[in-house]
Design a protein around this ligand. Sequence first.
Ligand SMILES: N[C@@H](CCC(=O)N[C@@H](CS)C(=O)NCC(=O)O)C(=O)O
Length: 218
Amino acid sequence: MLTLYYSPIHVNPRRVWITLIEKGLEFELVEVKLINEEQFKPEFLAINPFHHIPVLVDEGFKMVESLAILDYLEAKYPTPPMLPKDAKDLAIVRMVQNISVNEILPASQPMLSVMFDLPGGKNAEAIEQAKIKISTGLKFFENLLDDRPYFGSDNLTLADVVAGTIIPWLLKAGISFDEYPKLSAWCDRIVARPSWQSTQATPEMLQTYHNLLIKRMG
Ligand SMILES: N[C@@H](CCC(=O)N[C@@H](CS)C(=O)NCC(=O)O)C(=O)O
């Protein structure tokens, strides 16, 4: 049995959650409530000493770090394949994963204050700088998309899973996609998938995340 330790609103566990669904695997979910700091409990620290979610356990084998978990799932459960074999396409997938996680996600942090209307959190200059960095990433992604529906593939890849749990949030933060028609169409295609729909944050989850952000600010 596969067990995913997660929290429904957070991007890092969501990419594992979506991959489990896309691969048609059976799994159980264990929620770790970050608002209650459950990640610091000794039982959880025994599983992940870095106090992060996701953690995936497969027949007693414990895994941390979402990108490593995705590679494990692809290697152990190769159907449907979610990594291209072609060298250039594989490079596209890895570029999209790494740019999503290392460039766009950190650059987006100031946008949280816009998305969640945080009190006193709207630093205009930080938001302007964030928009510039984000637009560099979005433009790069626009140029990586060709006439195929997904990054480097005709089928959903692990690049789409990683970028697809981050990029649609930028629309909610008021970032315009007018200059990125291919990325905009990709975004619509991704969020319409049943795996995205069934892992979508509810208004209650968004409220809990809002409360978590306020707690962290104070
Ligand atoms: N590099 C890790 C990052 C995991 C991560 O930062 N998870 C966040 C939720 S999205 C978390 O657990 N935060 C709580 C904490 O670090 O105490 C991964 O990709 O799995």
